[in-house]
Design a protein around this ligand. Sequence first.
Ligand code: TXA
Ligand code: MG
Length: 339
Amino acid sequence: MKIYDFKKEINNKDLNQITKELKDGNLVIFPTETVYGIGANAFNEKAINKIFEAKGRKNDNPLIVHVSDYEMINACVKKISPMEKRIIDYFMPGPLTLILPKKDIIPQNVTSNLDTVGIRMPNNKIAHSLIKKCGFPIAAPSANISTKPSGTKIEDIIDEFKEKVSIIIDGGESDIGLESTVLKVIDGMPTILRPGKITDLDIKKITGKCIYSPNLNEIKTGVVESPGLKYKHYAPTTPALLIYNDDESKMIELIKNNITSNTIIIGFYEHQVFFNNRFISLGHKNDLNEISHNIFSCLRKADLLKGDLLIIEGVKKDGIGIAIMNRLIKSCNHNYIDN
Ligand code: TXA
Ligand code: MG
């Protein structure tokens, strides 16, 4: 495995080498504005199988396909409705994945035999240059072993993947830190299957309507609209408890009541003074962007401290707070106290 450092600039000679690896059917970890992706040529069935193996991912959980421009979307999908076109024009490139009817050129293992494919155009210079240079789309799930928190900096994921991929591109810390919003227009209604930085209100501004898929945070079984919803996700090894209350002093009280002999707390910067425990700061309490940026690396840090319980402070389910709580509820395996 080789690491290429593109933090300061993209080296063209190296980019050619990385492109060649992808053409040869090998795996490359690359940065996007949301989280790191573990990518392969989306048109190469064998290369796609390597992604499922490397992540230990169930093969009924489809991958999303990353493109560099509108022409590449057209190469992958059969039909785009006027509403979907407006969504693409407004939100791409950006942290949105749109589910569209797929063409046969996308192998069945990419989409786990669904007749739709998730399309995403990352707004990250390195990802964009890489896909453009390849000339083919790159299928890429988040770079993490299945069930573990997504990778938002390479230091967090090198050990997991050094034997499994050809190249890791270092683009520094992911800007957003939470995966893209997954959206599907179902019977004319834009429906969010996975919440992200782009919220229902953002989409409503363009389409006039948008809903969150019901029971977004519930445990799912059987056939679901977005197969990824079924699986355990983002989970640290340490048992975790999520606590949220609209009343801040009550929230601190609740945390204190649940502390065990060896509890690690992941909480807001301002709240460290209230606890004697080992404390990992999520960021400032009113800065939801900072919190989303930090979440996954905080969960990984917490595991290294080897406590017997991890207590995580929650945020109000509003704006990007909806996505933050969605990930935290899953991290805690639905073990949470809400008001
Ligand atoms: O920000 C992101 O989306 C990152 C970066 C690397 O782009 N990727 C990512 O991929 O989070 P992944 O595989 O970890 O999550 C993709 C989600 C899964 O929950 C999957 O079930 C859902 O999208 N998905 C993919 N294709 C789908 C389809 N055709 N229909 C419904 N859901 C789909
Ligand atoms: Mg993932």
